[in-house]
Design a protein around this ligand. Structure first.
Ligand code: ACO
Length: 280
């Protein structure tokens, strides 16, 4: 891997949280093929680390991500014909997909510009928090394409039809507070509180049973397209699979600490998972 590619994404792991950053601030964190390749490697490196319980995706500088790199992702790969186009698409869609079904809970921490293709990783993250002065837009229409790469699907899944259509047809920018009111993100906070608030949310994830978190987040994404009966059946099977995979038997421990020990109330917080059966 070239040094240039390695520098497109940076990360640190602190107190159980992986802080991953788009790191091309001079190019407003536009997603180039190098960045896409590096991001997949970083996700791979972090996914099963025992010291990572949640992943945050942020952006260095003034942008979260200005979308796909118009020069390197579009123009230069198109110059290599269909083979080049399909390769770069599979690299970007590949890490978006990997992030959508990531083993650990993920949080988009949107600090600035978020355009077009940036909605892919925004949607891929389970939760999203932004600064009030972040700016979101589907600029595709401004330069003559439709929001592809899954982006139209993202806005239709996340937003009411009128909002999805508005963003798609006008290319208008919305700020963080509007994005929060529209439910494109969970919360918008003043820029100087963004990292602290994101850390708080990540810490909420760290308190929960990690096996259950993975089953629960997948269930939220999967049941949307199922009938009620299919979802009911799927959720029964998934809980049983979760019980099987959770070698700590957290579910029984959660009941025990509430009913027998009376040491916590599930309505008000999580059971103490450190006192559950050792993971094996
Ligand atoms: N692709 C390639 N290069 C980009 C991109 C991009 N998406 N966004 C920014 N850059 C580059 C600029 O060309 C410029 O490069 P240079 O310094 O070599 O000239 C550098 O990043 C800085 O950009 P500026 O425009 O000078 O930064 P500014 O802060 O004034 O504006 C803004 C930021 C609004 C994000 C602007 O750069 C912009 O409109 N970018 C394109 C946004 C966009 O439409 N993205 C594509 C969405 S569609 C899709 O993803 C499929």
């Amino acid at each position: 891997m070239s040094e240039e590619q390695a520098e497109t994404v940076t990360y640190t792991v602190e107190n159980g949280v992986a802080w991953v950053y788009f790191s091309r601030p001079a190019k407003r964190n536009a997603m180039s093929p190098k960045l896409n390749r590096r991001m997949m490697e970083v996700l791979d490196e972090l996914e099963y680390r025992d010291d990572v319980g949640a992943l945050v995706l942020g952006g260095e500088g003034t942008a979260w991500s200005a979308g796909m790199d118009l020069k390197e992702y579009f123009r230069e790969t198109e110059a290599n014909g269909l083979r080049g186009i399909r390769k770069s698409q599979s690299e970007s869609y590949g890490w978006f997909r990997r992030l959508r079904w990531y083993q650990k809970p993920t949080i988009a921490m949107v600090n600035g510009w978020c355009f077009g293709g940036g909605f892919g990783p925004l949607f891929a993250c389970d939760l999203a928090i932004c600064s009030d002065d972040a700016k979101f837009g589907l600029s595709e229409i401004n330069w003559g394409i439709l929001p592809g790469g899954g982006v139209t699907k993202v806005v239709v899944d996340l937003l009411p039809m009128r909002d999805a259509m508005w963003l798609t047809l006008t290319g208008d920018l919305i700020d963080g507070k509007q994005a929060s009111a529209m439910r494109l993100v969970n919360e918008s906070v003043p820029a100087d509180q963004l990292k602290a608030r994101t850390a708080e949310i990540a810490n909420m994830m760290l308190e929960k049973n990690p096996v259950t978190l993975k089953f629960a987040k997948d269930a939220v994404r999967r049941v949307g397209l199922m009938t009620y009966d299919e979802a009911e059946d799927y959720l029964v099977r998934m809980q049983e699979a979760c019980n099987f995979h959770d070698k700590t038997e957290g579910r029984k421990e959660g009941i025990r600490q509430f009913i027998d020990e009376k040491s916590y109330k599930p309505g008000l917080g999580a059971y103490d998972k450190d006192r559950a059966k050792a993971d094996s």
